[in-house]
Ligand binder design. Structure first.
Ligand SMILES: [Fe+2]
Length: 304
């Protein structure tokens, strides 16, 4: 099946003076409202950045079990550091996911009213890898910058006032993750996924993948479609919060990774607003509370 996932040029949608801006904006509007997924090229994530961040995380997943355990999030009450296989269950109809993860959050000073909240907790870094923290935080900053610009394009695309969304990202609860999907073992059942079908629960996700495709999305024809980005493309999709916040003008699309015989790495950046953002007045949804509920039901170590 030929992919119909919209391809968007980042350089064009962030520049209203570009001669192709209007055409690209139409495509972008279709992508956010109908598809809920898009492939973005010409971002700040060039091949060097990509190579460097994958190399950084691969070094972490190559550590021994004992070394990884030093930053095991199960030993904490937050979601920072290493998450062991089966540490997350995104869909109760399936077994906990077999992937491993490494999570990190905001690393800059946050407003004092938020600083004791779990979304802003201290990161855990592996002591064996001296450049790890710096590389990961640098990439985190880059994604924040791209995320802000995508929000600006969404504001324009939906005819919202400038800063409608962006104003609420001064103390974002963003989370940067690396997923490590080991090769699928033959003993696994069809209830075992690298990550089971789900929608993301935040605002928007900037996803970097390696050369082994595995992500499938529910496309507008209601079929599971394999996403196979080119070397210079990143995947962007939208989560529940942005769907609520936009009055369902933006689509949060289900996706999954079944996995295959080869190992696979992917790096999603979950861009979320600050804790006290009112996502829906009608349904009385506060961003932080919504995220808490999701964290408490998906991370195995946070389940009651
Ligand atoms: Fe996801």
């Amino acid at each position: 099946m030929n992919s119909t996932i919209p391809k968007i040029d980042y350089k064009i949608i962030v520049n209203q003076n570009d001669p192709s801006f209007e055409d690209e904006s139409k495509k972008f509007n279709y992508a956010i409202s109908q598809y809920g997924f898009l492939l973005l090229k010409n971002t700040l994530i060039d091949s060097n950045v990509k190579k460097n961040i994958f190399k950084t995380y691969k070094a972490f997943f190559s550590l021994t079990l004992e070394e990884k355990n030093e930053v095991n999030m199960a030993l904490t009450s937050s979601n920072r550091g290493w998450g062991a296989p089966r540490g997350e269950q995104v869909n109760p109809d399936y077994n906990p996911d077999y992937k491993e993860i490494f999570d990190s959050g905001p690393f800059k000073k946050v407003s004092s009213k938020f600083k004791n909240l779990t979304y802003y907790s201290e990161n855990l870094w592996p002591s064996q890898l001296p450049n790890f923290e710096e590389n990961v935080n640098e990439y985190y900053d880059l994604c924040t910058q791209i995320g802000i610009n995508i929000l600006s394009s969404i504001e324009f695309s939906l005819g919202y006032s400038e800063n409608f969304f962006r104003d609420k990202f001064k103390n974002p609860m963003s989370l940067l993750r690396c997923n490590y999907y080991p090769p699928r073992k033959s003993a696994l059942s069809n209830k075992d996924y690298g990550i089971a079908p789900h929608t993301d629960y935040g605002c928007l996700t900037i996803l970097l993948t390696d050369s082994n495709p595995g992500l499938e999305i529910k496309n507008p024809s209601n079929e599971w479609e394999l996403v196979n980005p080119k070397e210079d493309e990143v995947i962007v999709n939208f989560g529940d919060m942005l769907e609520f916040w936009s009055g369902e003008k933006i689509k949060a699309t289900p996706h999954r990774v079944y996995g295959n015989n080869n190992e696979r790495f992917s790096i999603p950046f979950f861009f979320n607003p600050q804790f006290d953002t009112i996502i829906s007045e009608k349904a009385n949804i506060i961003a932080g509370e919504y995220l808490s509920k999701k964290y408490d039901t998906t991370y195995s170590h946070k389940k009651l």
